[in-house]
Design a protein around this ligand. Sequence first.
Ligand code: ADP
Ligand code: ASP
Ligand code: MG
Length: 416
Amino acid sequence: MTRLVLKFGGTSVANLERIRNVARHVKREVEAGNQVAVVVSAMAGETNKLVGLCREASALHDAREYDAVVSSGEQVTSGVLAIVLQDMGIDARSWQGWQIALRTDASHGAARITDIDGGTLIERLEQGQVAVVAGFQGVAPDNRIATLGRGGSDTSAVALAAAIKADRCDIYTDVDGVYTTDPRIVPRARRLDRIAFEEMLEMASLGAKVLQVRSVEMAMVHGVRTFVRSSFDDPDAPQVGAGGLPPGTLICDEDEIVEQQVVTGIAFAKDEAQVSIRNVADKPGVASTVFGSLAEANINVDMIVQNISPDGRTTDITFTVPEGDYERALGVLEEQREAIGYEAIEGARDVVKVSVIGMGMRSHAGIAARCFQGLADKGINIRAITTSEIKISVLIDSAYTELAVRTLHSLYGLDG
Ligand code: ADP
Ligand code: ASP
Ligand code: MG
């Protein structure tokens, strides 16, 4: 008996017609003799609408009440899908986060899952009932609803799969898998049959929003076989393809990938902002004061560039922060002006971080040099660079996003 978790995103449940289509996918898996738990998102656009409502109600709204409001989208779709399934003669029941219970920490608005009690669901699945679980939500230690951050239904699904020891977690979305880059930007992007957990983690962290970052972390830690596929495929088409799976992308261990490419994909993130501190003293303790005060304000710093000063006196420090924290970061640095000691602060919000990702980089030289040459040939200036074992990221002007992504995509032979 195979136990599956099927997750359907916002576009897949955007209206009743699509929910009926989702139900046909569920029915097919039930009729194949599988135990099925489903995780649903809110209807497309619904969460944005609810977030907007909270903001309109008050710019400084209470995070617990935000969670009470924005979690409601998933409550609706879980109930509606259960009704549609019942109408098709399938035994189904909806579940809210607190009913399972899916427990989280206290960070309302961006909570982390701490524990899931899989017992009750497993019992129901073994009785042949389909569980339709509201994604994106759980219950915090204060016994109130908590949401898991935008895109969090992916994490609900993978965590649930780990908790009920599912054989696979199928993520149904509006693309038929993970591509070498966002297919909306590069029409020549290619679908990957398989991608290693580590690479998917980099892709997601560096901007490929096809999966929430935490869902990939969770899949990696718990070894959940995660399969990304399209909900728009005909539910009744034969489910055969590579490895007995229909078109899609399997996220799996590195050693399950036969033909490892040097570069697997290109990702980009527009939600970063650049901060440059001009003429800071080049002496011990300055970086610690700068980044210590930002850390205290809970601001994540990503890329950092600092020069050796020519005269041993002053230098510049450049770094990036999430765009949403940009104003706050400037405020913190202004407050610390005396303690840090600098001449001026400059910043830019119209920047994008473009990243080249691939496990093969560990064993191949010259990947970064080709990236820099390729961008130079197009006249694209690089503001900052960071690298790790399996990725290179460059910060550039956002006006060049598409050109840079397309250029690098071709350069590394990824075009389909
Ligand atoms: P859902 O509502 O199903 O959770 P999302 O909108 O969160 O769907 O994620 C799917 C989208 O992710 C796709 O429509 C695609 O534009 C985008 N995306 C970004 N990078 C990639 C990539 N490398 N491969 C596939 N899709 C990507
Ligand atoms: N509905 C939530 C969001 O839009 C969660 C999700 O779809 O994954 O962020
Ligand atoms: Mg999503």
